[in-house]
Design a protein around this ligand. Structure first.
Ligand code: NAX
Length: 328
């Protein structure tokens, strides 16, 4: 019998979770392992009722892999004994709200949740989706004693997937032809989608596309601004694609990365590529499929690429300064 997995997901009544929870429960993410889902949302009756409704629908799917669903408004109950915690719940950025205000508004959620995560299983792994996700992961990790910081990750997989789709469309190939797509830095408009190491059909993307002006200009801008473009088009922020990326992220950490490949995830910096140690920064990563992962070493950065990395890292450092009072 496969080892059961208990997964806590926050923001359970929200739009990302409505696209995420079913794919966690169905066997798509954890194969034939029995899954127990623990759904956390705000302890407000109407919100809890909405989360209960999602739990009812999960039950009604009749998944063979789903062994139970718990709905709660209490982080201590939600995180008790969990193997994975997907921290999706956060307040969205309101009209005219500065990034700094959002950081200070959402930061306290992650001090509380970081402390409650001390009750998790010893093999806990955390994915933070709620924005600003890199800095929220930093806050959660620093408030969670007894669990190593390298268990805390944040999501840049949606940015990776967006970049892959843009390259494929431009080159007139399928997404499957694109590999080695790295997102460096912050999940924000300063992120650096690195086409210099990306490959198309195994060849350098820049050679295949042959349009450096587009790669350095519209390509990067489109990926950086995609979240905004979705809001403008849909009137709501990305939900299905965000949930899809969260599934991709979890699956990457659950499997051993095939030799020679990598994926993007925001993980705690060990000083690689000159990124100050301790920042939660997106890097190219590989997983050993046993709970361990490494930052891919030895990629050569052009001066131009390094300047892009420096800019997004500078933003992460600024965010760390803004939340200094919330770090444990
Ligand atoms: P919704 O507003 O639909 O849902 C958020 C849910 O979180 C609500 O049910 C709310 O009650 C709950 N919540 C708020 N505070 C909570 C707390 N302290 N504990 C538990 N639950 C709490 O937002 P949704 O569209 O689902 O987006 C969720 C988060 O994902 C947002 O912060 C959003 O900015 C972020 N995103 C991150 C992305 C990424 O690539 N990292 C992309 C998509 C998305 O923008």
């Amino acid at each position: 019998m496969s080892k059961p997995v208990t997964v806590a997901v926050t923001g359970a009544a929200g739009q990302i979770c409505y696209n995420l929870l079913f794919r966690l429960a169905s066997g798509e993410t954890f194969g034939d392992r029995p899954v127990h889902l623990k759904l956390l949302d705000l302890p407000i009756p109407a919100v809890q009722q909405a989360a209960e409704g999602v739990a009812m629908e999960l039950m009604d799917c009749g998944y063979k892999t789903l062994t139970g669903v718990t709905v709660t408004g209490d982080p201590n109950e939600a995180f008790d004994g969990v193997n994975w915690a997907l921290l999706v719940g956060a307040k969205p950025r309101g009209p005219g709200m500065l990034r700094k205000d959002l950081i200070l508004e959402n930061g306290p959620i992650f001090t509380t949740q970081g402390k409650a995560l001390e009750r998790a299983a010893s093999d806990l792994r955390v994915l933070v989706v709620g924005n600003p996700c890199n800095t929220n992961a930093l806050i959660a990790a620093s408030n969670c004693n007894g669990i190593p910081d390298d268990r805390f990750t944040a999501m840049t997989r949606l940015d990776q997937n967006r970049a892959v789709a843009q390259l494929a469309q431009k080159a007139g190939v399928t997404n499957a032809d694109i590999s080695h797509m790295t997102i460096w830095g912050n999940h924000s408009a300063t992120q650096f989608p690195d086409f210099e190491h990306a490959r198309i059909g195994g060849n350098p993307a820049a050679e295949v596309i042959g349009d450096l002006e587009w790669l350095k200009g519209d390509f990067i801008k489109t990926v950086q601004q995609r979240g905004k473009a979705i809001i403008q088009a849909r009137g709501k922020s990305s939900a299905a694609s965000a949930a899809n990326a969260a599934i991709d992220h979890v699956k990457e950490f659950e499997r051993a990365t095939p030799a020679g490949e990598w994926f993007s995830a925001a993980v705690v910096s060990d000083g690689s590529y000159g990124v100050p140690a301790g920042l939660i920064c997106s890097f190219p990563c590989t997983s050993d499929g046993q709970g361990g992962y490494s930052i891919v070493q030895g990629l050569e950065m052009s001066d131009w690429a390094q300047s892009k990395l420096d800019a997004t890292v500078a933003e992460l450092q600024e965010e760390r300064t803004v939340v200094a009072g919330l770090l444990g």
